[in-house]
Design a protein around this ligand. Structure first.
Ligand SMILES: Nc1nc2c(ncn2[C@@H]2O[C@H](COP(=O)(O)OP(=O)(O)OP(=O)(O)O)[C@@H](O)[C@H]2O)c(=O)[nH]1
Ligand SMILES: [Mg+2]
Length: 251
């Protein structure tokens, strides 16, 4: 992962890498930034047992890779930018082309699918060693076709991703209530059918965006660091408990 900003390229799936600060709670550092937050330790010299991401001198106990997948235009890049920068990419839609290495952003358009396949396969090996990667699978609640594609995406994920991948279904653009064509219940039903945690999100308002990344961060962290005596983190329950509805005022 490079932290240098590169010009935004054009493109459908967006991998990102997150890291958990070593000792200060479980809040994930936003992908592509890896800066210490106010309560995170300053980056110092390498410490035993810690890994450096991208050779940039930031040290973490745990780093993991997150890929955002789904049809072109569902908002993968915007979700990532919202999480990383707290901003919304309004205006002209610039589709991701190939891979943007700044944030490991890849394209979801059909013609770039082979690139995405390669990323599934290598998703756990490049940066994070044996940790399973996480996938956020998005559809756009204002675009029925993107919802109908979810089953095909799941088939692809089954084929190419690790069997123990952490997977969550997100219905994005929930701020666009007037244009909604996919009911929340339909998203919930599909998620239940496949045993996936589910939330509706908005990259525009930020609704549930941090929560989605936080939830997978918690799940991944407990998978690799949980002491046998600790209770298991319940991803489904956490998402249900913490997720906010679209009608709520606060993101
Ligand atoms: N209203 C609204 N618009 C959004 C939201 N997220 C993304 N958009 C808009 O949807 C369009 C597509 O967003 P992108 O994030 O580029 O879509 P993508 O999934 O990365 O598309 P590809 O790179 O082609 O795979 C842009 O015009 C965004 O401004 C959202 O939460 N709400
Ligand atoms: Mg994109």
């Amino acid at each position: 992962m490079s932290r240098k900003k590169t010009p935004k390229s054009k493109g459908g799936s967006a991998p990102a890498t997150s890291a958990l600060p070593a000792t200060h709670g479980s809040r994930p550092v936003r992908p592509g930034t890896a800066r210490p937050g106010p309560d995170a330790p300053p980056n110092g010299p390498p410490q035993p047992g810690r890994s450096s991401l991208g050779g940039g001198g930031d040290f973490y106990d745990v780093a993991f890779k997150v890929m955002l997948v789904g049809d072109s235009g569902v908002g993968k890049t915007c979700l990532l930018v919202r999480f990383k920068d707290g901003a919304f990419l309004a205006g002209t839609f610039i589709s991701t082309v190939g891979i943007d290495f700044r944030i490991w952003d890849t394209a979801g358009q059909e013609r770039f699918r082979s690139v995405t396949h390669a990323y599934y396969r290598d998703a756990h090996g490049v940066l994070t060693g044996p940790l399973p990667p996480a996938l956020l699978l998005l559809y756009d609640i204002t675009n029925k076709a993107s919802f109908d594609s979810i089953q095909a995406w799941l088939t692809e994920i089954q084929e190419y991703a690790q069997h123990d991948v952490v997977l969550m279904l997100l219905g994005n653009k929930v701020d666009s209530a007037q244009e909604r064509v996919v009911k929340r219940e339909d998203g919930e039903k599909l998620a239940k059918e496949y045993g996936l945690p589910f939330m509706e999100t908005s990259a525009k308002t930020g609704l549930n965006v941090d929560l989605a990344f936080m939830a997978i961060a918690k799940e991944l962290k407990q998978r690799c660091m949980k002491a046998p005596s600790e209770p298991r983190f319940q991803l489904h329950d956490y998402v249900k408990r913490e997720g906010r509805g679209a009608s709520c005022c606060k993101p």
